[in-house]
Design a protein around this ligand. Structure first.
Ligand code: T3D
Length: 262
């Protein structure tokens, strides 16, 4: 797997760990790191031997979103960079993560802010360190929101809380994040817990997981009748898989199932 000095990629037992690696600025995102992150998540999505992804940050931060030093330099120079950043980097990173055909877990080892929080919210699951903190941050610098925060935040915490967290941009701690449903669990070693969960999922029916995510997202804004119609082809697709056939045989012969993602 490719890795750059700003984004590390490690693959072990079918689990890719992608680490944002600019710890001095809490893993803020520069053009270089956004380019590397986009390449890394695309590679993980396309590599069938990788069956789960863990996203984390080096040092005491997870990711604080846009690097505001580079941003200020670009604004000062009259560059188009800040205005093209959403379409060039943030949107393709968001869609690749949200449509990843395998489970994604964010190990939120420290502060997550702005687009960094948005990245964590696009994962299927979030495990927070006890010291992690969370802020949408956008309002603090007079921006709206990006990287799917408008879509993901209200799905996780509900419309009223999403609006409050966006407008107020206050920082919440891991306990509050757990209480409002922003994270799934708090673990002393968030990365180890995420990798262990990801390894379990990587050995599971990844085709079915991707179809479940698709079905849940569709059903969140469609009627029961529309959702039933959407479930049907997904059931046909997963029901036609080798994974399904072998798992049924395993059940009937009282063996543990094995899944290969096809
Ligand atoms: O181009 C476009 O399209 C725009 C796209 C925007 C997407 C976005 O993500 S907008 C949101 C950008 N992020 C922020 O506004 C967050 C700014 N950071 C903070 O508010 C605070 O740092 C935190 C609440 C996140 C953490 O506070 P704390 O007290 O734990 O840490 P700190 O001391 O503030 O930060 C530690 C260092 O990281 C510090 O550097 P220094 O002074 O020790 O050299 C700080 O400047 C640096 N840092 C933190 N956030 C950023 C950053 N450096 C560059 N960019 C940052 N976003």
């Amino acid at each position: 797997m490719s890795a750059t000095s700003e984004v590390l990629v490690d693959v072990s037992d079918g689990v890719a760990t992608v680490t944002l690696d600019r710890p001095d600025s809490l893993n803020s995102l520069t053009d270089t790191s956004k380019t590397a992150l986009l390449a890394a998540v695309r590679q993980v999505a396309d590599d069938a031997s990788i069956r789960a992804l863990v996203l984390t940050g080096a040092g005491r931060g997870f990711c604080v979103g846009q690097d505001l030093r580079e941003h200020a330099e670009q604004l000062g120079a009259g560059s188009k960079g800040p205005f093209e950043s959403v379409s060039r980097y943030y949107n393709p990173i968001a869609t690749t993560l949200a449509q990843m055909p395998k489970p994604v877990i964010a190990a939120v080892n420290g502060v997550a802010a702005g687009a960094g929080l948005s990245l964590a919210m696009l994962a299927d699951f979030r495990i927070a360190a006890p010291t992690a903190k969370f802020t949408t941050a956008f309002a603090g610098i007079g921006l709206s929101c990006d990287t799917g925060a408008s879509w993901s935040l209200q799905r996780l915490v509900g419309s009223a809380r999403a609006r409050e967290l966006l407008f107020d941009a206050r920082t919440i701690d891991a306990d509050e994040a757990l209480r409002i449903g922003l994270v799934n669990r708090i673990e002393d070693d968030a990365l180890a817990a995420a990798q262990s969960w990801a390894a379990r999922l990587a050995a599971g029916p990844t085709l079915a997981y991707a179809a479940m995510r698709d079905a849940l997202e569709f059903a969140s804004n469609h009627s029961l009748e529309e959702s039933l119609a959407h479930e049907e082809p997904l059931m046909i697709r997963t029901g036609s898989s080798d994974d399904h056939r072998r798992a049924v045989d395993a059940f009937l012969t009282k063996q543990p199932p094995t899944f290969e993602g096809r």
